[in-house]
Design a protein around this ligand. Structure first.
Ligand code: AMP
Ligand code: MG
Length: 408
């Protein structure tokens, strides 16, 4: 049996990033950038108006107020997308809409609310004095040309995709998504929607894996429920070995009479890198490799499967896509945490920030590895290396946030 640290370092030594491909912007959401994104032009590209109003020469508005307005000659209209060609002379102004180019000669915008309004009369009354630069967005004030906007390895979320579009990127280079097979094994498993007989249970792990894989941004290309039967195991696993970058299975890797998964992997030529890790839950965790395919055999208990996915598989999915790993944090326990003397211990738990800004946490009350409902009240996994002495309320512990849940 190896330690958790050893398990992680063996896995790390077997990861080879998958390379990159070009996708259109429409398909780039949730992908990981394989290139630095630079500004193709300064932003704003040209001096433009921040408000609907009148482009003026600030000097012409000196002394203007509601009771003694300044009257200016309105000579043209500049609207977003349609610049005006005029050069303002003293005493002149132009209607100028939000986002429209500032006409030459103008150096400020008077918002329409401070005038007698847009009209076709050819003159306008200005009710307020303005200053040079007022309501003008200056070329390059946000970003200079060639600035690095987004660096390689960043996941494309709404802000990134909007920025890419802003700078005219139609296609981007992104990391190739791992192709993943998810399998669950067990002759007792029945699909939701069917009647179950005594001794049978509904298959939860496959649904859970599919959601977890979605959170990791990978592509599930095979998903199967397999009986504890060597032939079907062999057939489906060998197909997955041909087509997938990662295989994740649950069940059938413990000491039971019908736990064939490890044996079948070995027969199919998978090189076993480890089986069994000093941890609770998840002790029978299997990791192997065949060519470039990584194989994770997770124990069948739903909590073990869930926690092993989050702790081992998810970081691998990030590494394969050269994405920065999600950080873990230190939090203060508000209750005792039941450590193990020889095993790494994980429990679902809840973390929150108190009124003084301290990160606190407590383990879920349901601690069994079959008790998946513990996940419902949790937003993180609490974890401790083996220790002789228990962790008490007030002690620090590491938490691994479930990144689709908020820390309260
Ligand atoms: P195993 O690792 O195959 O010995 O399974 C351990 C426990 O997890 C057993 O109680 C199984 O019935 C249960 N189990 C295995 N696979 C699943 C699954 N897909 N969904 C729910 N429970 C499962
Ligand atoms: Mg089983």
């Amino acid at each position: 049996m190896i330690t958790v640290q050893e398990a992680h370092s063996i896995i790390s030594n077997n990861i080879q990033p998958l390379g990159f491909e070009t996708v259109s912007l429409k398909n780039a959401g949730n992908r990981v950038l394989a290139q630095d994104i630079t500004a193709t032009f300064p932003m704003p590209q040209f001096d433009n108006s921040a408000m609907d109003g009148f482009a003026v020469r600030a000097v012409d508005t000196v002394g203007a107020n509601k009771t003694s307005p300044v009257t200016l000659k309105m000579v043209d209209v500049s609207s977003a997308g349609t610049p005006s060609g005029v050069i303002l002379k003293p005493g002149q102004c132009a209607q100028c809409m939000t986002g429209a180019v500032i006409p030459d000669g103008a150096d400020a915008i008077v918002i329409v609310e401070n005038t007698n309004g847009f009209s076709d009369s050819g003159i306008v009354q200005i009710f307020q004095e303005t200053h040079i630069g007022e309501h003008i967005r200056r070329q390059g004030e946000e970003i200079e040309k060639s600035d690095v906007l987004i660096s390689r390895g960043t996941c494309i979320t709404p802000g990134e995709i909007g920025t890419l579009a802003t700078f005219g990127y139609e296609k981007v280079s992104v990391m190739i998504k791992p192709k993943v097979a998810i399998f669950v094994t067990g002759s007792e498993l029945v699909e939701p929607g069917n009647k179950i007989k005594i001794g049978q249970i509904y298959n939860s792990n496959l649904y859970m894996f599919a959601e977890l894989a979605e959170k990791s941004g990978v592509e599930v290309v095979m998903r199967e429920v397999i009986k504890d039967d060597k032939d079907s195991l062999r057939r489906l696993l060998s197909e997955a070995l041909q087509t997938c970058d990662v295989i994740i299975s649950s069940g059938g890797v413990s000491m039971g009479r019908f736990d064939y998964v490890r044996e079948v992997y070995n027969k199919l030529g998978v090189q076993e890198h480890f089986w069994k890790v000093a941890q609770k839950p998840g002790k029978p965790l299997f990791f192997g490799r065949a060519d470039s395919t990584l194989i994770f055999g997770l124990p069948g208990n739903p909590v073990s499967s869930f926690i092993c996915y989050v702790e081992y598989v998810h970081p691998v999915m990030q590494d394969l896509q050269q994405k920065k790993r999600d950080p873990k944090h230190q939090a203060i326990l508000t209750e005792n945490f039941p450590v193990e003397s020889k095993k790494y211990r994980y429990l679902f738990g809840r973390s929150w920030i108190d009124s003084r800004g301290k990160l606190l946490c407590s383990p879920a009350s349901k601690m069994g590895s079959h008790m998946l409902t513990a996940s419902l009240e949790s937003n993180c996994i609490l974890e401790s290396p083996p220790r002789k002495q228990g962790l008490k309320a007030g002690d620090e512990i590491t938490i691994n946030p479930l990144n689709w849940r908020n820390i309260e």
